[in-house]
Design a protein around this ligand. Structure first.
Ligand SMILES: Cc1cc2nc3c(=O)[nH]c(=O)nc-3n(C[C@H](O)[C@H](O)[C@H](O)COP(=O)(O)OP(=O)(O)OC[C@H]3O[C@@H](n4cnc5c(N)ncnc54)[C@H](O)[C@@H]3O)c2cc1C
Ligand code: SF4
Ligand code: SF4
Length: 397
């Protein structure tokens, strides 16, 4: 049974625990700490007490597994039309570092149809092994069949870590698999590393609206599962000389599916997709009016880039959600990011601060965006953008 109590003889009444409790569950009575019914047994107060005055017992964990039976790092290699998506390579990049730190193998799991070329590419990008489930019925992503197959592979092979992209497909697949195999899942990680003291995966992600970073561990269940945001991890350079093993595992392919994917309709756009763009020109509320976004599109077009937007403009109906950059939009990491009339709220920064170069245009010299910008232009977007468009047009002629 889990439990917590204050050791009154040790408590000196310093109140450090009161500030450390996120649930306001500690009160001071007669200069001694008291735990109230609001306590959730989160354990956060224990390390705050410098006097060892908090006795905390976590209790037995339901369905804990023997973690020593699990080894190897796996990444789910998302593909479309038999071609791995760039998120698969990014996962291999961070997976390679984790595998080297754990001195174990890095495997990619790919599910689809006509995958031979893809398997080879995954090896050149860092995989030691590729589990390829190749069947014509699996050509299009389907939550039900893909999660069934992926769960079978995990059950049989017992990897210690499984990573998926925090993409539309990955976000749908990961929780289904985690619940089937009865393990935890940390969503939207921005940093992954191995704890050198015990080999566990330290999974870091923004929490409380991006105001702090939380590091999460999965101590008693395996595999340790995480989804990782696109464009946060770096791909390895392809190495054509790398050799690896391609495994075609025997699995039961679910055929009697409740949901059948009849067709996949691709969005047709002349512009570069936001998450793949090397240059992004983003507009915020400071653009003043939806029609002024024409300047954003024009600059993006001149530079061969994509159009981004703040949530304020998306909420106002100025532009579609697919353009939103930030915590509740897309995460991007272009070479150059133009923030035009964007204040630089923390939720916006969460989606673009890993850009190589940030150029901000804002009429308020104290706007927070200037704190992350490499270059700042204090001025009116309606005056600055036409000048930039003119200059770039003539320079790129
Ligand atoms: C849970 C949660 C999730 C969120 N997720 C996101 C997210 O994913 N993405 C996101 O962007 N936001 C997100 N937000 C909203 C975020 O907090 C901000 O409200 C939003 O980013 C503000 O958008 P903005 O910078 O365009 O507008 P404002 O904050 O209104 O900033 C407008 C800026 O334009 C400048 N300006 C005005 N006129 C001009 C001019 N003529 N020329 C130059 N500059 C000018 C102003 O000085 C100001 O700095 C989220 C909020 C919450 C609570
Ligand atoms: S931090 Fe420890 S010593 Fe200080 S009030 Fe809390 S329980 Fe008592
Ligand atoms: S265990 Fe968590 S909720 Fe309970 S008193 Fe300590 S910090 Fe507060």
């Amino acid at each position: 049974m889990a439990g917590i109590r204050i050791l009154k003889d040790k408590c000196v009444g310093c109140k450090l625990c009161v500030g450390a409790c996120p649930f306001g569950a500690i009160v001071m009575i007669d200069k001694k700490a008291e735990i109230t019914d609001a306590c959730t047994l989160c354990g956060a107060c224990v390390s705050a007490c410098k006097f060892n005055a908090i006795d905390f017992e976590r209790g037995a964990v339901a369905n804990a597994v023997d973690v020593s039976k699990y080894s190897g790092i796996w990444v789910f290699a998302e593909q479309k039309d038999g071609e791995p998506e760039s998120i698969a390579y990014e996962l291999l990049g961070v997976g390679r570092e984790l595998a080297d730190a754990r001195n174990t193998a890095l495997s990619a799991v790919i599910i689809g149809s006509n995958l031979d070329d893809a398997c080879r590419k995954l090896i050149t990008k860092g995989a030691d092994k590729v589990y390829s489930v190749d069947d014509a019925s699996l050509e299009k992503f389907n939550d039900e069949s893909y999660s069934g197959i992926f769960s079978q592979l995990i059950y049989k092979n017992k990897p210690e870590i499984v990573l998926l992209g925090a993409t539309t497909y990955g976000r749908s697949l990961a929780p289904r698999v985690a619940s089937r195999i009865n393990t935890g899942l940390t969503a939207d990680c921005t940093k992954l590393e191995i704890d050198p003291t015990d080999g566990k995966l330290l999974q870091t992600r923004p929490a409380f609206g991006g105001n702090l970073m939380a590091t999460i561990v999965c101590p008693n269940h395996r595999p340790q599962m995480a989804t990782v945001r696109h464009k946060v991890m770096k791909e390895m350079e392809a190495d054509e000389s790398r050799v690896g093993e391609i495994i075609r595992p025997e699995v039961n392919i679910p055929r009697d599916l409740v949901v059948k994917v009849k067709d996949v309709v691709k969005t047709i756009t002349e512009m570069v997709p936001l998450t793949e763009a090397d240059i992004i020109v983003s507009g915020g509320r400071g653009m003043g009016d939806p029609k002024n976004f024409a300047l954003i599109s024009e600059l993006a077009e001149v530079l061969g880039g994509a159009v981004g937007a703040s949530r304020a403009t998306v909420d106002a109906g100025w532009i579609e959600y697919s353009h939103q950059v930030g915590q509740t939009g897309q995460t991007v990491g272009p070479q150059v990011y133009f923030a035009c009339g964007i204040s630089g709220a923390i939720q916006h920064l969460a989606g673009m601060s890993s850009s190589d170069t940030i150029i901000a245009i804002n009429k308020n010299p104290d706007a927070p965006i200037f704190k992350v910008a490499n270059f700042g232009i204090v001025g009116d977007v309606m005056e600055v953008l036409p000048l930039l468009i003119k200059e770039f047009k003539s320079a790129l002629k």
